[in-house]
Design a protein around this ligand. Structure first.
Ligand code: PLP
Length: 368
């Protein structure tokens, strides 16, 4: 017998998460200069990190010999203030992905189930599998979460329902009314998780924090990885009713967010210039893609996020062909969308280049 047979079955069964292809790796493989490569694959911020965060992080290096503030006092206080919630509603994580794991660790087991939409963020499924729980997928017609159907799917063994809003990889968003109806139907043994990694991009977004304030079994996830350009730092947070937040605090490691990340995230919150510039770049970039894809007759899903899902036919081929020309996008076969690719919104120059390369690999007759 090999060591696998002694390991936790749920871990062995996992298929590891496949991240966007790194620039350095692509440059090595193609013999290209890394600076000539455009990566629009992981919904990162093409304007780079918040400049205020960079300054704060340089200063924080001086205290790298001291353990971080395990309670995250300054960062949690600033998040509480910026969201109008209390300190005890806030939990910080090593990326919001860590909070997803903490939620699953806390609420899932082989007798429990998790509900998500058919084209939801893949990490939910990975985590449900890791804890041996049942993963229930609810169809999302036109790629939009059907919250009524998700509420209908709740059973005695349901513990978590994940709603990514806007959703990755579809970019679609559900509105306030559907959310209100859903939360009002939530039984007391279920926590609704609104994953709002992209919530700052649309001009008008539904409000879920009211439910946290009211003490409902709701956890809202947000991140510094997208709007603030700090994906490499790994900082995200959960906003949850105090009961839920208190249990999650028990499940985390004592120093789960490092000193430099806490300092960078804290400064990024008040970097209003960087936030404004990022939102403007994204709004312009989305308009650019939607206009040009429309003109070329290429189908796409109208997006509320910082990426767009595009129907190219054979996404794996399109990914490989574009890679050869130094543009990294994301094929969607792992999301059961083999005919689609996901493109992150970049700077005007990156968007232009990406569109040109996309057009060239699709040839004269793009599949609609
Ligand atoms: C990018 C993303 C996150 C953020 O992950 P981090 O761990 O905070 O970097 C969370 N949820 C969704 C749906 C995402 O697309």
């Amino acid at each position: 017998m090999t060591i696998d047979s002694y390991a936790n079955r749920f871990v062995c069964d996992l298929v590891a998460y496949e991240p966007g292809k790194p620039i350095e790796e692509t440059a090595r493989e193609l013999g290209l200069d890394p600076s000539s490569i455009v990566k629009v694959a992981s919904n990162e911020n093409s304007l780079g990190p918040s400049p205020l965060a960079k300054t704060a992080m340089r200063e924080a290096i001086e205290s790298a010999h001291i353990y971080p503030d395990g309670g995250g006092f300054k960062l949690r206080s600033a998040i509480a203030e910026s969201t109008g919630l209390d300190f005890d509603n806030v939990i910080i994580g090593n990326g919001s992905n860590e909070i997803i794991e903490l939620l699953c660790h806390t609420f899932l087991n082989p007798r429990a189930s998790l509900i998500a939409a058919e084209h939801a963020f893949v990490v939910y499924k990975l985590m449900a599998t890791l804890f041996g729980a049942k993963y229930v997928e609810v169809p999302d017609p036109d790629f939009i979460h059907d919250l009524d159907a998700m509420a209908d799917a709740i059973t005695e063994d349901t513990r978590l329902v994940f709603i990514a809003n806007p959703n990755n990889p579809t970019g679609t968003m559900v509105g306030q009314e559907a959310i209100d109806r859903f939360v009002n139907r939530l039984p007391e043994h279920v926590v609704a998780v609104f994953d709002e990694a992209y919530i700052e991009f649309p001009d008008h977004a539904p409000d879920t924090l009211r439910y946290v304030r009211e003490g409902k079994n709701v956890c809202v996830l947000r991140t510094f990885s997208k709007l603030h350009g700090l994906a490499g730092l790994r900082v995200g947070y959960g906003l949850a009713s105090k009961n839920v937040a208190a249990i999650l605090q028990k499940a985390r490691q004592p120093f789960n967010v490092n000193t430099i990340a806490q300092a960078g995230a804290l400064a990024a919150i008040s970097d209003t210039d960087h936030i404004r510039n990022t939102r403007t770049m994204n709004r312009d970039g989305l308009a650019f893609y939607q206009e040009n894809l429309g003109r070329l007759g290429i189908e796409y899903v109208p997006s509320h996020a910082n990426f767009i899902l595009v129907k190219t036919g054979d996404g794996d081929r399109v990914f490989r062909d574009m890679l050869r020309q130094g543009v990294i996008i994301r094929a969607m076969s792992s999301y059961k969308l083999p005919d689609w690719v996901r493109i992150s919104i970049g700077t005007a120059a990156e968007n232009q280049r990406c569109l040109e390369v996309l057009e060239s690999v699709l040839g004269a007759t793009p599949s609609a």
